[in-house]
Design a protein around this ligand. Sequence first.
Ligand code: LLP
Length: 432
Amino acid sequence: MYVSDCISVNERGHLTIGSYDTVELVKQFGSPLYAYDENEIRKNLREFKKSIDDEYGGNGLVVYASKAFCCKEMARIVADEKCGFDVVSGGELYTALSVGFPAEDIVFHGNNKTEDELRMAVENNVGRIIVDNLTELHNLNSIAAEKGVTVGIMLRIKPGIDAHTHSFVKTGQIDSKFGFALETGEALDSIKEALGMSNVKLRGLHCHIGSQIFDLDPFELAAQVMLDLFKQVKDETGIELEELNLGGGFGIKYLKSDRPRAYSDYMRKVSTAVNSYAADLGLKTPFILIEPGRSIVGAAGLTLYTVGCVKDIPDVRTYISVDGGMGDNPRYALYQSTYEVVCANKASEKRDWTVTVAGKCCESGDLIQEWTRLQPVEPGDILAVLSTGAYNYSMASNYNRIPRLPVVFVKNGKAREVIKRETYEQLVECDV
Ligand code: LLP
């Protein structure tokens, strides 16, 4: 009935997440807030894991891309599900390490990691650092040499694939700030340089072609392009690389019209392609890593707001203003992202009113959704914006000095805060 399997309506006509009444969540934890169904997160992690087991003989690792949603409890859950953790900053790395996440299964990304971040990764024995450029490669080798260790690395390659998605979230093409270019020979030269270094161990290659992708073909193509490079490396150096990291990017359902593919379909297609293509090229089948972010947490989460005012501008439009906005969800302002909006306390009523949902920030562009269908709402009603589990909390800001929202996880009839609501005192904590 809704875009997410974990969302439903109970006998009181209230929207539920993981069978928990969302109106009760607001009573218990205040408004606005983010809520997640923990079982849905775990189910998604397991589905990816199972698809590697079933389709690729278990010869791979699911690495959760924590940029989608990062907090200590998330890191604990990912560790518990025996998956890896992808971080892109010292902050995400710190979060993982602070709960004892196994460092060998941490993958450290970023196109401009600072020296401090590289040191932190080396000192904590991070298993794979995804090197983005030559400056970083040299810095890392020096840091590792200074400490007398060898660091596991992969090189990030731009495979030159154009995945059909929003241009801000496309990263695999040559005009991208991420990684080494194939076409110019930069990738092969850098691989040779890395292979000749004494304090880095090149475990393999990485690519990521974009985000919110529904089409499976670009992933298959990327795998083939990368294996061609594996072959070139073998021919020219005699060394066979062992690991292929295919990144993330699997699309989720934001609207009913979105048609994401089953994750097993993706793994089947990629596994078949990798197995047969590697055999054709005379290569061993590589250990595979995948880095899903959005598809793990996106549809497992929603945001709950309280309606403040309803402003009807005759012949123009109706604005429904809520007690959050672009601070907790910048995605409409940034990408014109689509969402399904529901009145949580009138969920069984018909959505036959066309409205624009606005936030409370001092900015006209502070909108959550325009021209969306909604039940007839009044001040005090609770609005739920669905599928906000990825890149909402993680991209939130304190614009207008609005405190960040709490995050509540529900599981088996229980709800608990995993991130507390920010207080005004915390807002001024770093001010001098
Ligand atoms: N691996 C790498 C190297 C990435 O750069 C990303 C996302 C992922 C994995 C995870 O991709 P996912 O499975 O979540 O699509 N802020 C944008 C999304 C930016 C994605 C950046 N990289 C949004 O809100 O749509």
